[in-house]
Each structure stands twice: as structure tokens, then as C-alpha cells.
Design a protein around this ligand. Structure first.
Ligand SMILES: Nc1ncnc2c1ncn2[C@@H]1O[C@H](COP(=O)(O)OP(=O)(O)O)[C@@H](O)[C@H]1O
Ligand SMILES: [Mg+2]
Length: 240
């Protein structure tokens, strides 16, 4: 089988297939084949990692990406997980952002409320956390497709400094509002972590939005890694 031959050659393999096609089973075959080496199985979803713990041989440690990141996270930062959340409208207010009127492709102007503007900032910061990029950029700010292209560009450019500010506040050890787990996840990626396994099995890779690609690129010692990506209906054209 192609996948196993490529693994034997020590190369990285990426497999895209539908749900139930046998991706996780293939990862398990790899783990059994490399029984004398230490493997790290990673997934974003806790239930999937828990399920893998049951199924995979003992040479493989099965964990969520967040649990690996949490283990090396700054405790002052993870303590913020339990603080109260700052609602989007209060965030907008603190940043001096009010409602914004924007033109739409159907000809009418719409007003984004301060709440919605605050959400765009917080969501932009969140999307950056899951990305492979080193800094927030306009690609992380997703605005409604109804907004005209020019207004959308202007809106993203105007909001970007606020997204950068939000990110910087997110990593402040003395911050007084809650952070999401993706903040320590991004900090982990930025620390250029070495996973410390001979091979890495990354399941359900479609959940990672670039971040794990960045982490796996950094690995020096892992002989091979294997990505299993689930194809959803909307991306089935990309099947290979
Ligand atoms: N080569 C195979 N022959 C028969 N059954 C298989 C084979 N590979 C996987 N299966 C079965 O198919 C089901 C789905 O496999 P799984 O590896 O979980 O798929 P995926 O991870 O792609 O969703 C499981 O019940 C598994 O036992
Ligand atoms: Mg699977």
C-alpha cells in the first residue's frame, strides 16, 4: 500500500479521504509498523484523541493538540481561562469603536452594530490563533460577503490595528478578562516547540487551520509524519 511504503521511506504523507474511508485505521497500521519507535498521535477533538488512546499501541502517546500546548503554557496565562469574558460591545467601546455603516452589493447600506464590530475584532484575533502566520493580518478578518469589496477592504484595514491590540492583550499575563484555549495554543506554536517523538500522526487535520502545519514544519527530529484529513462535501473537489 502506497501510504505504508512512503512511511517506510521516512517521508511525510498526507492523506485526504472521506469519513469512514480508513484514515485512522491507516494511522494505527503505521503505529504498529513502527512499534520500536515512539509516536505522537495528535487531534484537535478530545473525543477523537480519547478514542485513539484505546485503539493505538503503547508506543504512541495520544493527545489533543491543546493538551500538549497546555502542558508547556505559562500558568499566569492559563489562569485567565477562568476569568470573566469581555462582551464584544464592551470591547468595541474600550477600543473607541462604534457602529459602522457600510455599502452592500445589493445597493443598500447596512449598519454594523458596535457589538458586531467588536465581534469582528475578537474573531479576527481568534482566527489568527489557528493560523500559520506570525502576526495578525487582514486575511484573519472575515467580513460579510454582502459588503462591497472596496468597503470590505477598508473595514479590514481599519480593524487590523484593533485585532493586533486584542492579540497583544490576550497574551498579557496580567490581563483581567478571559482568553480562549487557542491563545495558549498560538503561544505554544510561536515558541517553536519540538514534539519529541520519532514520528507524528496527525488526525482530522482539517480542524487545524494552518497552525499544525507550522508546528510540523519546525520539527527537526521526527522521522516522518502523517496527516489524515477528512474531506467534507464542500471540498470534495480537492480529493486526491
Ligand atoms: N482495510 C479495511 N478493511 C475493512 N474495514 C476497514 C478497513 N479500514 C478501516 N476499516 C473499518 O472502517 C471503519 C472506519 O475506519 P476509520 O479508520 O475510522 O476511518 P476514518 O478515520 O477515515 O473515518 C472502521 O470501523 C474500521 O474498522
Ligand atoms: Mg478517523
Amino acid at each position: 500500500m502506497m501510504v505504508l511504503e512512503t512511511v517506510d521511506a521516512g517521508d511525510t504523507v498526507k492523506v485526504k479521504a472521506y469519513a469512514g474511508a480508513g484514515k485512522t485505521s491507516t494511522l494505527r497500521m503505521i503505529a504498529e509498523r513502527l512499534e520500536r519507535k515512539r509516536g505522537q498521535y495528535l487531534a484537535f477533538n478530545r473525543d477523537i484523541a480519547t478514542d485513539a488512546k484505546r485503539k493505538f499501541p503503547r508506543n504512541v502517546s495520544c493527545r489533543t493538540v491543546h493538551s500538549v500546548a497546555f502542558a508547556s503554557a505559562d500558568r499566569a496565562l492559563t489562569a485567565r481561562l477562568n476569568l470573566p469574558k469581555e462582551p464584544p460591545h464592551l470591547l468595541a467601546g474600550r477600543y473607541g469603536l462604534g457602529p459602522i455603516r457600510v455599502p452592500t452589493v445589493i445597493g443598500k447600506n447596512v449598519e454594523l452594530s458596535a457589538f458586531q464590530v467588536g465581534r469582528l475584532v475578537a474573531d479576527g484575533s481568534a482566527r489568527f490563533c489557528r493560523s500559520a502566520q506570525a502576526e495578525p493580518d487582514i486575511r484573519h478578518i472575515h467580513v460579510d460577503e454582502l459588503i462591497t469589496e472596496q468597503a470590505a477592504d477598508e473595514l479590514r484595514s481599519m480593524l487590523l490595528p484593533h485585532v493586533v491590540r486584542h492579540w497583544n492583550e490576550s497574551i498579557d499575563r496580567n490581563g483581567k478578562t478571559s482568553i480562549t484555549p487557542d491563545v495558549y495554543l498560538k503561544q505554544w506554536e510561536r515558541s517553536k516547540p519540538q514534539i519529541g517523538a520519532d514520528f507524528i500522526l496527525f488526525d482530522e487535520a482539517q480542524d487545524s487551520d494552518g497552525l499544525m502545519l507550522s508546528v510540523l514544519r519546525l520539527q527537526k527530529s521526527s522521522q516522518s509524519s502523517m496527516w489524515a484529513t477528512r474531506i467534507s462535501r464542500s471540498t470534495s473537489g480537492a480529493a486526491r
